[in-house]
Design a protein around this ligand. Sequence first.
Ligand code: CA
Ligand code: CA
Length: 509
Amino acid sequence: MKKILTILFICLLFCGCQKNRQNNSVDDNYRVFYEIFTGSFSDSNGDGTGDLQGIIKRLDYLAGTKDSLGIEGIWLTPIFASPSYHKYDVIDYYTIDPDFGNQDDLDELIKKCHERNIIVILDLAINHTSSQHEWFKQFEKAHRENDTGNKYYYYYNFDTRFQGDASSSWCDINDTNEIYECNFSYDMPELNFDNSDVREEVLNIARYYLQKGIDGFRFDAARYIYHNHNEDSADFWKWYCGELRKIKEDVYLVGEVWTSEYITYQYMNDMNCFNFTMSQPDGMIARAAKSENINNFTNYVVNYQNTIHSVNEEAMAVSFISNHDMDRSAGYLQLNNGQAQMAANLYLLSPGSPFIYYGEEIGMKGSRGSANTDANRRLAMLWGDNDTISDPEGSTYDRSKQINGTVKDQTKDKNSMLNYYRKLIQIRNRYPQIARGTYEVIDLDNSNVGGFSIEYNGETTYLIHNNSSEEITIAADTYGKLLDYIGINTASYKDGRLTIGAMTSVILK
Ligand code: CA
Ligand code: CA
């Protein structure tokens, strides 16, 4: 009897795990990521700046409970010691900025994220350091003293005054006749990647964090490694990513290669690249969400997937609408007519690993505006509770423009954007083929209803979007059963006819 009970117990455990696995999603990197601008998300200690303990406090919001958003990965904007609020200019890669916490807080965050099946990727800004980094101080000193035997003399790119490559920007090394490369700012000097010591330094940084349990990286300014020499920059990343894969085989790597799409392909040999063509007001997502010809969008998605797979079969599409360097999408996609919801459908129901920018799921606004400051794109998350988070320094955004409500408001409202995103991510996770399948275009000969057939594990699923303001009925007897729909309207299937409400998407099999 005891034996039978034990077997029964093991069965229950096993079934429980299986069930959990189905609900809970993934063990690969085809995940929905969430970009957190670390200083603007949640404040744990009342100083107004977001921090790692603040994120830990908000994990229930992100994943792990039935009311969570359901994301499966977090991209943290830089957390290392830095004099700026955005922290893309690092002083010390081995110290967590005291504004954000310390290494113990990071350990705790990693552990608690992993318990919820969230992976954590760090933003690695290694093209340049802060001018206050010890390496740069030593570099300047060595140049002032003409100490060519000092190893730091060669840590950054330098030239003789008036001789620097005119396609890069250069700043003076004070009290010398020399200059250093500074494409972003005088206080962001660019490292010399022809120097094997520098390569070893930047590899050690990533190794240190992988050994701590970090799951991957977002590479800042990836094409600037060798500015205007994409082949050399791409070669650098191929080497770097190869080394990281030796340390952690399934490391998740995504590069910011913000330039013409065809150039990004050469970077994709061993990493993913954000797909900038999808993003921003003129991007593929926003245009389709504003009811432009859906077939342009579907053809694009399929061509893109085919192209990146011709470079690297493992490469993933990385779609997003906006990030911390872009105006927020709720400023140009309306919620009341379903544009913002359709935009979310278009990219969260697409292949690869999409990235949500924090606050997008509540229709948060924020744009550079006349003050022309990126701080307005990185405003404090609107929790609507007692979080002491405040807007970053330099922001000028008028809070009265935030008309879409807070997390607290939207949690209660079943028709809110937040609940829409929750449902949408659940649907994505219910069908692993959406992230992982091979897409082909279904052209329904209608500019406002179109979609994909998706092949995965020998089965075909269909995903169809109606991106118009009208209900549309089509013959659909070849697409199987209507499994799910999501949009600001409903969908139904009867006698081989599929009716899709305005701004709504359906899944059939
Ligand atoms: Ca704080
Ligand atoms: Ca560089």
